[in-house]
Design a protein around this ligand. Structure first.
Ligand SMILES: Cc1ncc(COP(=O)(O)O)c(C=O)c1O
Length: 504
């Protein structure tokens, strides 16, 4: 009989498949390693079982023991699967930012999940890190795999993923492309392949902003890869090159691979395919580029594969006219986003509002171009006026007096949605490719709707001409009576709920 003893024996030996369609036209072979076919659904099953095997061998984890790790990602699933099969108690510490789906997934394996507030400092006793440390100290028989420090993590790849790739390509692999979270995959596979053939190129695919590709560690939206610190498990000596890829390119590629190759991959898989395309274009006909697809798109159905989520972050253009049309129609060139830092004095916010003729400003950490997660609040002139009775207001930092951040809208979302949102917010922060691009106010939208937008037929009499039948002013669906029906701020547009929530 061909049968495995346990699900854990089925980890690894994942297949390679040619990327024929999405990467058509490149001069070399491009092969994808399908790590989503591991039993826990990701590449992380490999280090998870290896770290537990090593802990058992070294006497760090004994029967009846408890595995504790602060993780919400794929490593958690791998560890939960091992814990279930070997009767360990398993506790994951996560922040309250994590989606309910991820919590449910780990609980489905019988794991316990402890949720900590995200909005506290790392040294706060309730923080994610402090809680994990306290639980390890308090729980008898506790073992923390510590994937960012544990050298068994890269070793798992050196002993399994690397040799598989060498064997599966008959030693012909010339380039290996993968993302890095802990860096375990790149380090382990890189060491093995370079030991076989030092000419093999090891290439990291990295979200723009992450430090591996030279960023400052600024936030981005792709999940599972990139960091704002150098993990112990990341081995710079085997990485020949790291290619930064934007969130937009990663998500578009993940969707394209899913639709054109029939291979449902996650956002970070999209990052890897984009980087591999860049590498492959520079290759010769004898080269064999292998890229590693770490997990499947099922874990991202509510984000990357959800058109409403993609549009709300400015990754998709929907129904026209859209918010981008309002920005394009704004008089003069759209200035770069005007904002203040939380540490700036209120005086600066007031000057900036006056200089730019705006009534509200976003408050954000970081420099332009900002990322959405850097926006921490907003100030508006009404609020500052009310506070102005407090004598030394002007010298106080903006962060002490700011409001909640402005409501957000995607650049490709319909103007009708902007109208609905502007009922409860004086202005909206416009996201383009996941990043704040501009602020759009009630005045901007009113101006746009009342002026008629480019492409809209100008109704008779409204272009300054009183000639009926003027060629430039056809009547029709956008004639005068229709125009007066156009939704304005006092009334939600058809199909937009009064609470402004997305219609799709
Ligand atoms: C979702 C996800 N998790 C984990 C990893 C693997 O990262 P590492 O081995 O560097 O921890 C990747 C790499 O592409 C990933 O995309």
């Amino acid at each position: 009989m061909e049968v495995a003893d346990s699900i854990l024996d089925l980890i690894g030996n994942t297949p390679l498949v040619r990327m024929r369609r999405v990467l058509a036209g490149v001069p070399c072979d491009v092969l994808a390693k399908l790590e989503m076919l591991n039993p826990g659904g990701s590449v992380k099953d490999r280090p998870a079982v290896a770290m537990i095997d090593a802990a058992e061998r070294d006497g760090l984890l004994a029967p009846g023991g408890t595995i504790i790790e602060p993780t919400s990602g794929n490593t958690g699933v791998g560890l939960a699967m091992v814990a279930a099969r070997r009767d360990y108690r398993c506790i994951f510490v996560m922040t309250d930012k994590v989606s309910e789906e991820k919590v449910q997934l780990l609980r489905a394996y019988g794991a316990e999940v402890v949720i900590c507030p995200v909005a506290v400092a790392p040294d706060d006793p309730d923080s994610y890190y402090s809680t994990a440390e306290r639980l390890v100290a308090e729980t008898p028989g506790a073992y923390r795999p510590n994937q960012y420090f544990n050298q068994v993590n890269p070793l798992a790849h050196e002993r399994s993923t690397g040799p598989e790739l060498w064997r599966q390509t008959g030693g012909r692999i010339t380039h290996f492309v993968a993302g890095a979270g802990t860096g375990g995959t790149l380090a382990g596979v890189g060491r093995y392949l370079k030991a076989q053939n030092p000419a093999v190129q090891v290439i990291g695919a990295d979200p723009e902003g992450s430090i591996f590709s030279g960023g400052s560690g600024r936030p981005y939206l792709v999940e599972g890869i990139g960091e704002d610190f150098w993990p112990e498990t990341y081995d710079r000596s085997v990485v020949d090159r790291v290619i930064p890829v934007s969130d937009r390119d990663s998500f578009e590629m993940a969707r394209a691979v899913s639709r054109r190759e029939g291979l449902l991959i996650g956002g970070s898989g999209g990052t890897v395919v984009c980087a591999a395309r860049e590498v492959a274009r520079e290759c010769g006909s004898g080269d064999v580029v292998v890229l590693l697809l770490p997990d499947a798109g099922r874990g991202y159905l509510s984000k990357v594969f959800n058109d409403a989520w993609m549009a709300s972050h400015g990754f998709l253009i929907g129904e026209r006219p859209c918010v981008g049309d309002v920005l394009d129609a704004r008089a003069g060139a759209v200035p770069p986003l005007v904002y203040v830092h939380p540490g700036d004095p209120v005086r600066l916010a007031v000057t900036r509002m006056r200089d730019y003729g705006v009534s509200q400003l976003p408050v954000a950490k970081g420099d332009l171009p900002l990322t959405a997660a850097e926006v921490v609040g907003s100030v508006d002139e009404l609020q500052l006026m009310a506070l102005a009775f407090d004598g030394d207001l002007l010298g106080r930092p903006v962060g002490e007096v700011m409001n909640r951040p402005l409501e957000r809208i995607g650049i490709g979302e319909p103007v009708t949605l902007a109208v609905a949102k502007l009922e409860r917010s004086p202005a909206l922060l416009v996201l383009d490719g996941g990043c704040p691009r501009a602020v759009v106010s009630r005045t901007d939208v009113l101006g746009f709707l009342s002026a008629g937008y480019p492409g809209e037929p100008v109704p008779p009499g409204e272009d300054g001409s009183t000639q009926p039948g003027n060629d430039a002013a056809p009547s029709g669906p956008s004639g005068p009576s229709e125009r007066s029906e156009r939704p304005v701020a006092s009334r939600p547009a058809p199909g937009v709920r009064r609470d402004g929530s997305d219609r799709r």
